[in-house]
Design a protein around this ligand. Sequence first.
Ligand code: FES
Length: 103
Amino acid sequence: VLNWTDAATVEDVPADDVIGMIVAGKDLALYSVEGEIFATDNICTHGHARLCEGFLEGHEIECPLHQGKFDVRNGKPTCAPVTEAIRSYPVKIEGGRVWLALD
Ligand code: FES
């Protein structure tokens, strides 16, 4: 059973963009891609950079520091120098709000 945390309203996440937010003490990145919302940890696995300050193109987020990339759907690295996946979190939309399973 997933434990859902109310993180934001759907309108908080601009279309085809990324925002950073602290939820339950975690620094997270929320992405809106083609009307769907995704969530990952916000700090890159390669160095101390916040992905919310990077560049989102399609389902890929580019890190602002060395331009490594991750797939926001599953956190998998898609471009060097990142080699380690970033944690991604299940998302559900209910009542106009974005719920995350953070456990
Ligand atoms: Fe993100 Fe280096 S800190 S690619």
